[in-house]
Design a protein around this ligand. Structure first.
Ligand SMILES: Cc1ncc(COP(=O)(O)O)c(C=O)c1O
Length: 426
């Protein structure tokens, strides 16, 4: 009988895939990177589509490059920002009976990750920096608090020195949700490295997009080990995959949140563009702010650190909800920052639409974690529990900017915007 030779190369239909990828905003470098994973290349003779048992893993390469870029010790690639948050919660010990502070303005995933990790989200006020109000955080801390989730929304950095000081004084973990601010800084230090854990999203809408993907950053080996155990329960790699645990809390059942090699490859290309993108948007932002004249009744949202801002969104705060609504509905390039705010549409970015949390909805009738016997104080939620956040978000709107906006284009945009806004809210 003739022996059939085992094929040594699977055909992936690279051309079709490239066409598909072209639908998304992937750089030429990103496409080349994907091709590099699919095609055998001399530099990576054993490349294959799994991060482990792979000397040439793009995910591992991305983790190293990301850690070096952000200046932190550990980076762990995962398959989404949501997975990054859940694994970070688990790593930090969030579980039954623990509370986690989350801001009332963030994408809902920051709060749902707490529930998935079996903790209780405690929704807290933001201030006019659009991020957590440190004084409100201080007031919300109880003996049950395990962590604070700070979110750098729309590229606006939070006041990380104050928040880290509070976290350290109360001996709780600070988890940064950097999904909307990759590459941003606060006082010269990268966002995602001020907290005990940083969580990034690389979904298709983000500054650094790989389609789907995410990253966890930390300085702490134990937090890294626990996040790694949770992110790949099949492997629990630690240093020794099949070894017994070195101390309690190292080995437990988890999920499969592994990052794919394709995301790793695209991520490497996107990471090289990250600082350039942020530099471009910040240039456009500064020019737009300088050349736009705001009428009475509206002012700029002042970032906690103007140099660390990503700059793809110029946020405005109106004196009243009525003025914000007039500007947003005039179709002059102002969007509702929380679409739900002045536009009145439902929006998972503002807490008063988080029915899943406010009404303590759960996948099964037992109602855990909200009704878990470990919960010593039953949570109380209401759509009006953070009046300041609601008031701010009903008056905030944004103008989107792109690194591709040339100085000429920004000048024209600023002139038109100045005229249109004055007319819209007159
Ligand atoms: C602030 C924030 N956190 C978390 C996430 C979740 O990220 P992913 O879509 O990668 O799960 C998002 C995504 O929109 C986000 O904006």
């Amino acid at each position: 009988m003739t022996k059939v030779k085992r094929p040594d190369h699977i055909k992936f239909g690279v051309e079709e895939l490239m066409e598909l990828v072209g639908l998304f905003n992937i750089s030429a470098d990103g496409r080349k990177a994907i091709r590099g994973v699919l095609d055998r290349e001399p530099s990576a003779p054993n490349a294959f589509l799994f991060r482990y048992y792979n000397e040439h893993s793009r995910v591992v390469e991305l983790e190293k490059a990301f850690a070096a870029h952000m200046k932190c010790r550990y980076a762990l690639g995962v398959n989404s920002g949501t997975s990054a948050l859940i694994a970070a919660m688990v790593a930090a010990g969030v579980g039954p009976g623990t509370e986690v502070i989350v801001p009332g303005y963030t994408f809902f995933a920051s709060a749902s990750a707490v529930v998935v990790a079996k903790g209780i989200p405690v929704i807290v006020e933001i201030d006019e920096s659009l991020t957590l109000d440190p004084a409100a955080v201080e007031r919300a801390i109880t003996p049950r608090t395990k962590a604070i989730v700070v979110v750098h929304m729309a590229g606006y950095p939070a006041r990380m020195d104050a928040l880290r000081e509070i976290a350290d004084r109360h001996n709780v973990y600070l988890i940064e949700d950097v999904a909307q601010a990759a590459g941003g800084t606060y006082k010269g230090r990268r966002l995602g490295t001020w907290g005990h854990l940083g969580c990034f999203s690389f979904d298709a809408y983000k500054v650094m997009a790989t389609g789907e993907g995410g990253m966890i950053t930390t300085e702490d080996e134990w937090l890294y080990t626990r996040a790694q155990s949770y992110h790949d329960t099949a492997a629990c790699w630690r240093p020794d995959r099949y070894g017994r645990e070195r101390k309690p809390g190292e080995l437990f059942c988890g999920e499969n949140y592994r990052m794919s090699e394709m995301s790793g490859a695209i991520g490497l290309a996107q990471l090289r563009r990250l600082d350039g993108i942020n530099k471009g948007t910040l240039r456009a932002y500064n020019q737009f702010r300088k050349e736009t004249v705001l009428p009475a009744g509206v002012r700029w949202v002042e970032p906690a650190d103007p140099e660390g801002l990503c700059g793809y969104a110029a946020a405005l705060i109106f004196d009243s909800f009525e003025l914000a609504r007039k500007a947003i509905t005039a179709n002059i390039g102002v969007g509702g920052l929380a679409g739900g705010g002045a536009r009145g549409a439902r929006d998972w970015h503002v807490y008063w639409y988080w029915e899943h949390v406010l009404e303590q909805k759960t996948a099964t009738q037992e109602g855990c974690p909200f009704k878990c016997p470990h919960v010593k104080k039953a949570p109380e939620y209401s759509p009006d529990m953070c009046p300041r956040t609601k008031d701010i978000m009903m008056r905030v709107a944004l103008v989107g900017l792109s690194p591709a906006d040339t100085p000429e284009y920004v000048s024209q945009m600023a002139a038109e915007f100045t005229a249109n806004l004055a007319k819209a809210i007159a």
